[in-house]
Each structure stands twice: as C-alpha cells, then as structure tokens.
Design a protein around this ligand. Sequence first.
Ligand SMILES: C[S@@+](CC[C@H](N)C(=O)[O-])C[C@H]1O[C@@H](n2cnc3c(N)ncnc32)[C@H](O)[C@@H]1O
Length: 242
Amino acid sequence: MNERIFRDFPELKTVDTREIGSDRTIKSYVLRTAGLKEREARAIERYWPRYGLSFKDEPLDLPALFGNDKPVVVEIGFGMGAATAHIARTRGGYNYLGLEVFLTGIAKLLNIVGKEDLDNIRIMRFDAVEVLKHMIVDGSIAGFHIFFPDPWPKKRHVKRRLIQKPFAELLARKLVKGGYIYCVTDWQEYAEQMLDVFDSIPGLKNPHRGFAPPIPWRLETSFERKGVAKEHPINEVWVEKL
Ligand SMILES: C[S@@+](CC[C@H](N)C(=O)[O-])C[C@H]1O[C@@H](n2cnc3c(N)ncnc32)[C@H](O)[C@@H]1O
C-alpha cells in the first residue's frame, strides 16, 4: 500500500534532508513503519493533492498557500490529528500548518479535514525542524502548538527532545510579536524542562509565570489519553513573544 502511495506522491517518502545528503543532526522522532490500511491510502489519494505540501528549500508564501492573510499557527507532531482538526474547525480565525512524519496520522487527519471540507489547514510530511529552518520566514507565525512531544525518558535519549534551547530560539525567531508557543506534556520532568528552556530566552515571556491553566479549545489528544490512563499529570506551558 505504502509503495502505491509513494509512487503516486513521491514527496511523501522523504521526511528529512539526511536523504538529500545534508544536516546529519539528532532527530526528535523515530519513524513508525506501519503499513497503511486501504481506507487510509484512499484518504491520501483523495485529499493529499488539496491539503498536502512538499518540502522545498525556499521560503513559503503563507498568504498564497492559504489564499488569505489570516494568522498562521504551526502544529508540530499532530499524531492522529483529531485535536488538530477540532482546533481548525472551531478556531477558524487562524490558518493551520500541520507537520508530522507519521504517515498513518497524516492519512487520518486528511480523512477528517477532507470529509469536512475544511479550508484553513495544510499538511506536510517532513521534519518540523527543517521545515522551520528552510521554509518559514522569521516573524511570520502567530503560534506554535506542540502537544505531547515524545518525552524520550531514557537518559541517553534526552538529547532527542524537541524542546531544548536551540529549537526554542528557532520557534521564537519565527513568531510574530505577541505570538505564542503552546506545549502540553504528561511527563513532569519534561514539563519543567520546557519552563526552564523558555525562561532562558530573553525574547519570550511566560504570562502565567509557571504552568498555564488548561486551554478550553484544546481537545484531548490520543497521547494525552494514554498519559491520563497512567495517572500522569498533564502540564500546559504557554509563552509569548515580547
Ligand atoms: C508522542 S506523539 C504525540 C502526537 C499527538 N500530538 C498527540 O498528542 O497524540 C509525538 C509525535 O510527534 C511527531 N514528531 C516528532 N518529532 C517530529 C519532527 N521533528 N517533525 C515532525 N513530527 C515530529 C512524531 O512522529 C509523533 O507522531
């Protein structure tokens, strides 16, 4: 199934520039290689041409992409995408660019947004770090959503965590003034790392000082359900660009 999709949409096959021959950095993800189900492949065939975007080493023209100049929110690692679709549907004043490398999740989100004919979302299958570095213009993003980023709990893997100073600086650089970064995690120690990392960046402020109260427009995500089942605390972190 995946071969059929990769043949018809080759841009879905390559998820980072290592394969193109550069940027051999530590990655925040491990590719899950689940084969697509028939209905997931069909969702890609039907809706990728409308919602999908290929990686290109050139700045993205966001108003041209969405056909309007509403503020743009980027979500990193949307997983199965149900929360992403919910937010796009109910918080329609923004456009959303969803970044994920997990192909099944891409198919699932395409299926929801395609059936509902949502107009304010686009989707890329590529390493978010590289998309931000190569395609997103500084000072152009209204918000970042990063819900339940991989916690990489083992000590030797901590370096793979997304929320570290260089990445937080990159996020801050891409934000408009007053733009926000909104992260949620069920991993207490990572939540504290997030507070510390954002705190260390002079251009960002935390209006809540510590963790933020739950934000009503965020739907529970699939990884959140797993965390809650294990009785992990859910911590929200919201910071803004000065
Ligand atoms: C633990 S899951 C959480 C998914 C979803 N947000 C949720 O809460 O259910 C983290 C997701 O981030 C994706 N991811 C990790 N690093 C990424 C990166 N650099 N670029 C794009 N996606 C990434 C992974 O593929 C994975 O699906």
